[in-house]
Design a protein. Sequence first.
Length: 135
Amino acid sequence: MTAKQETDKLFEDGMQLRREVLGKEYVDSSVSKADDFMMAFQHITTEWCWGYAWTRPGLDKKTRSMLNLAMLTALKCPNEIKLHVRGALNNGVTVDEIKEILLHATVYSGIPAGLEAFKAAHSVLVEEGALKGKA
C-alpha cells in the first residue's frame, strides 16, 4: 500500500467512526463548511484522531470517550468537552460516569478547569435530555 493509500484509508475509516461517535450531521456539516485552509485541519483530525487512534483495537469507544473527557478537562477545552459529552453518551457513558470523570479530572487539573468542564458538560446533558436541570 502506498503512503497516499494509507492516508486515504485512515481518512475513510476515521470519517466512518467520527460520524458514528459525534453524529453524521455534525461531522458532515464541519467538513462541508471547511474551505481549503480548514480542510487541512479536517484531514489531520480525521486521519490521526479518528482513523489512527480511535480505530486501534486496544481500547473500546466508551473508554476512549472517558479518557477524552478527562484530558479535555485538563486542557481547559469547554467547546471540545461539549462535543465529546455527546460522543460519550453515544458510546454508552452514563451521566454518573461523566460526573465522576470530571470530578477526578478536577482534582488533578484544578478547580477552574473542572468548573469549565462541569459547566460545558451540564449544558449538553440538559440539552440532550440526559439530565434534568437548569440550562
